[in-house]
Ligand binder design. Structure first.
Ligand code: UD1
Ligand code: UDP
Length: 371
């Protein structure tokens, strides 16, 4: 029998983390040929993940430019993908999530009439501009996709409301848990000695990340000023902030937080140390999507630095709270979790609405059945 050619297209750090388990599963399947095409919408932050999971892309479009606009990412990715798809003629293209690479990948597949599988389908905030432009990237990809791999039942219901045919919607869990379970270890030691020296038992370590486009500017300034106030007020707090490589984030972060005692501004961490840092931290503050899925499964409370989320499952379960983007509210909620044991405990239940770590296997079986 002819082997199925499955092409995975991705370009940013989170897509790479969440597609790595799928790529590895395809590589190990004797009925399939894996083709990996990275747009490299991210460069260093993508390469960190490729190295960790030993993935050597067959195609690398290398499109990243400093300060790139959405139009530039889309145009460069579409143009590069045309040649790649013509040459490799895949049976199915897999895209992941909600980035501009995701939308460009599915549009390119559609233009060449290649079947599209959408991994992490059906999440919705129902606000066109938040997350921006991710909400529309994911929604439009949903229109183009042939098979939808939904993490949860709620995601499936979102797609049904939009008229997507039920037989093409599969509930699989989220591949992020497959990736997380591979790297988190109880006795993990960091390569960076600064991280080993921090006293995770007696200090309250807050792990912060922030990068969302809609938070750039004033909201991010509010977030960083709130963090400054929290560290000044609470002598037992250590703040660790791996700063995203976006220069707009870096300018603000270093402008407000650099040089403070008990504040560690560090470079983006490789996935293994980052995931283990979640496991060791006291509390997570973030505007990231993926971290809202990872932290609950490690029993870590998360305050989300956004006004809405397309991931309501962990909010319903109580381990994730929306903190918004106003300084006063962020300070208030963080102070509560630092100083009120009961409130903190209520949020530390390890829950896992996003799967059992076997999502990639499920996705593969579904693809085989599809053909
Ligand atoms: C992108 C995704 C977002 C995702 C995020 C994950 C879009 C529109 N946005 O946002 O959904 O949550 O990735 O982190 O698809 N940079 C580097 N090196 C890197 C990566 C980024 O220097 O390895 C800098 C570059 O100057 C780049 C800028 O960061 O122009 C922004 O990158 P971009 O991919 O446009 O946006 P993100 O905010 O990273
Ligand atoms: N992450 C990482 N190193 C870091 C910060 C985050 O490996 O320094 C991981 C994190 O564990 C999660 C993913 O990157 O799996 C989330 O990426 P990001 O927040 O950039 O994007 P989003 O999930 O918001 O799209």
């Amino acid at each position: 029998m002819k082997k199925l050619k499955i092409m995975s297209i991705f370009g940013t750090r989170p897509e790479a983390i969440k597609m790595a388990p799928v790529v590895k599963t395809i590589e190990n399947d004797e009925d399939m040929t894996s083709i990996v095409c990275v747009t490299a919408q991210h460069r260093e932050m993508l390469d960190q993940v490729l190295e960790l999971f030993h993935i050597k892309p067959d195609y690398d479009l290398n499109i990243m430019k400093a300060g790139q606009t959405l139009t530039q990412i889309t145009a460069r990715a579409l143009e590069g993908l045309e040649e790649v798809i013509k040459e490799s003629k895949p049976d199915m293209i897999l895209v992941h999530g909600d980035t501009t690479t995701t939308l460009a990948g599915s549009l390119a597949a559609f233009y060449h009439q290649v079947k599209i599988g959408h991994v992490e389908a059906g999440l919705r905030s129902d606000n066109k501009y938040s997350p921006y432009p991710e909400e529309m990237n994911r929604t439009l990809t949903g229109r183009l996709a042939d098979v939808h791999f939904c993490p949860t039942i709620g995601n499936k219901e979102n797609l049904l409301k939009e008229g997507i045919c039920e037989e093409n919607i599969m509930i699989t869990g989220n591949t992020v848990i497959d990736a997380l379970l591979k790297v988190v270890k109880e006795d993990y030691m960091f390569e960076d000695e600064r991280l080993n020296k921090i006293d995770y038992k007696n200090k309250k370590v807050i792990l912060l990340t922030s990068h969302r486009r809609e938070n750039l500017g004033k909201p991010m300034e509010n977030i960083f000023t709130a963090m400054k106030e929290i560290v000044e007020k609470n002598a037992d707090v250590e703040l660790i902030f791996p700063v995203h490589l976006n220069p707009k984030v870096r300018d603000l972060a270093y402008g407000i937080l650099d040089g403070m005692d008990r504040v560690h501004l560090i470079e983006p961490l490789d996935y293994a140390p980052f995931a283990n840092l979640i496991a060791k931290a006291y509390l997570i503050l973030t505007d990231s999507g993926g971290i809202q899925e990872e932290a609950p499964s490690l029993g870590k409370p998360v305050l989300v630095l956004r006004t809405e989320t397309e991931r309501p499952e962990a909010v319903k379960a109580g381990t994730v709270k929306m903190a918004g983007i106003e300084k006063e509210n962020i300070v208030k909620l963080t102070d509560e979790l630092l100083n009120d044991c009961e409130k903190y405990k209520e949020m530390t239940n390890a829950i896992n609405p996003y799967g059992d770590g076997k999502t990639s296997d499920k996705i593969l079986k579904i693809i085989k059945n599809y053909f």
